[in-house]
Design a binder for this molecule. Sequence first.
Ligand SMILES: [Zn+2]
Length: 57
Amino acid sequence: MQVICCVCQKTKNHNGWAKQAARSGVQLSHGYCPRCYKQMMGRVENFFVMNGCRKNA
Ligand SMILES: [Zn+2]
């Protein structure tokens, strides 16, 4: 099974993350590469800062 980033479509191999075509016949698992994961987490944090805390204050 190979992991593919659902944001930038990079796939994970033994060297790290690279934009490459997945080998045919390989099962793909969608996830996030470290970079997109970080971006996503930053976005989630901003969302809570902007919308979450103020409402309950
Ligand atoms: Zn990515």
